[in-house]
Design a protein around this ligand. Structure first.
Ligand SMILES: Cc1ncc(COP(=O)(O)O)c(C=O)c1O
Length: 400
């Protein structure tokens, strides 16, 4: 009898975490490594949020809380949805978890039965298909190549839906491509979804505040109110307020789904950290200056990276309008050999040769379901980015 469960046999460890660990290992050996693989802002959590956490400890907010969030935080989340997204939710329609990741996981675990399908546009965040597999469902990736700006078209959605489709996962701005859906694009997807009332929509809006060039953020339950009663809108404080380590995410949707997710959470992790919940409350209700400041920095870094990468032989890098990633194609390098003799057979070979030969850690496209490409997280200093781009240019220039 196998010791590990069949469910665990189906999933693989996160490629992004594996790449970050390998980069850390090489740095530990004394190599000069630039890691562009981690998906987190490189800023400190704003001071007023850190202070709120200290005050929460001193005020004795150190005990178990309501399983899916303290009432004050749920109220603040309702206010946030009303203020920023024009979405009206009651606290019974809101759940708070240990990161957006747990909220997404809870929803899939609470709803999927064997054979249920989940449509996932590719390139996708690495965790979606594996979470679906863990929950016993079947991921249905739909390739959305660079030529269509890495976005799902209404025709592709229509073709992917079957009687077994339970969820469509949308993620805009996207990790890994940075692609953002406009209001019109969401409307067009919404028209398809209105015709298939058995399909629910899980929208992962974690990068909401990182859109560039004045592009307004849009989310499907607001764009197509007819879908609100089968949409779970997921968000969190990790990326918006540089709070990745605090582990607070939230979701809003129909009360019956939210209740089921809370039941699951009550029998697994219970409440998210009490202190972090008070910190998240301060993030959502306090000054919002950090959001605009970080957005401006990320937009400048995006421009630096995109223009540098487009000067590298064999690389084509579109200009994304959100998040802090770029997702360049390396189609022009496949079949070549690096200066040190590695055959670039696919994007995994490219990423591994790039790390070994130049010390730059990126994540290969196959991990996100669409290659040949790679992902750079530009949530690091301008100096590191400039150095990394120069190393990538030298690497590509040496490929023949
Ligand atoms: C697309 C996407 N969704 C969700 C998450 C999870 O964020 P957290 O669990 O920190 O809230 C991440 C983190 O990298 C992400 O990139």
């Amino acid at each position: 009898m196998a010791f590990l469960s069949d469910a665990l046999e189906r999933v693989k460890p996160s490629a992004t975490i594996a790449m970050s660990s390998r980069a850390r290992e090489l740095a530990g050996e004394g190599r000069d490594i630039i890691s562009l693989s981690a998906g987190e802002p490189d800023f400190d959590t704003p001071a007023h949020i850190r202070e709120a956490a200290k005050a929460a400890i001193d005020a004795g907010h150190t005990r178990y809380t309501a399983v899916d969030g303290i009432p004050e935080l749920k109220r603040a989340i309702c206010d946030k949805f009303a203020r920023e997204n024009g979405l009206s939710y009651t606290p019974a329609e809101v759940t708070v978890g240990t990161g957006g990741k747990q909220v997404l996981y809870n929803a899939l675990m609470a709803t999927l039965n064997p054979g249920d399908e989940v449509v996932i546009p590719a390139p996708y965040w690495v965790s979606y298909p594996d979470m679906v597999l863990l929950a016993g469902g079947t991921p249905v990736p739909v390739e959305c190549p660079m030529e269509q700006d890495y976005k799902l078209s209404p025709q592709q959605l229509e073709a992917a839906i079957t009687p077994r489709t339970k969820w469509l996962i949308l993620n805009s701005p996207s990790n890994p491509s940075g692609a953002c859906y406009t209001v019109d694009e969401l409307k067009a997807l919404g028209e398809v979804l209105l015709r298939h009332d058995h399909v629910w929509i899980m929208t992962d809006d974690i990068y909401e505040h990182l859109t560039f060039d004045g592009l307004p953020f849009a989310t499907i339950a607001a764009v197509e109110p007819g879908l609100k009663d089968r949409t779970l809108t997921v968000n969190g404080v990790s990326k918006a307020y540089a709070m990745t380590g605090w582990r607070i995410g939230y979701g809003a949707g129909p009360a019956a789904l939210i209740k089921a997710m809370g039941t699951l959470q009550s029998q697994s992790t219970s409440n998210p950290c009490s202190i972090a919940q008070y910190a998240a409350l301060a993030a959502l209700t306090g000054p919002q200056d950090y959001i605009e400041e970080s957005r401006a920095v990320f937009q400048r870094r995006r421009d630096l990276v995109v223009s540098g990468l487009n000067q590298c032989a064999g690389i084509t890098c579109p200009t994304p309008q959100g998040a802090f990633y770029v997702y360049p194609s390396i189609a022009g390098l496949i079949g070549k050999t690096s200066a040190k003799g590695t055959s670039i057979t696919d994007d995994e070979a490219f990423a591994s040769a790039l790390l070994d030969e130049t010390g730059v850690a990126v994540v290969f496209g196959a991990a996100f379901g669409l290659g040949p490409a790679f992902r750079i997280s530009y949530a690091t200093s301008d100096a590191q980015l400039t150095d990394a781009v120069a190393r990538i240019r030298a690497f590509c220039g040496g490929c023949a």
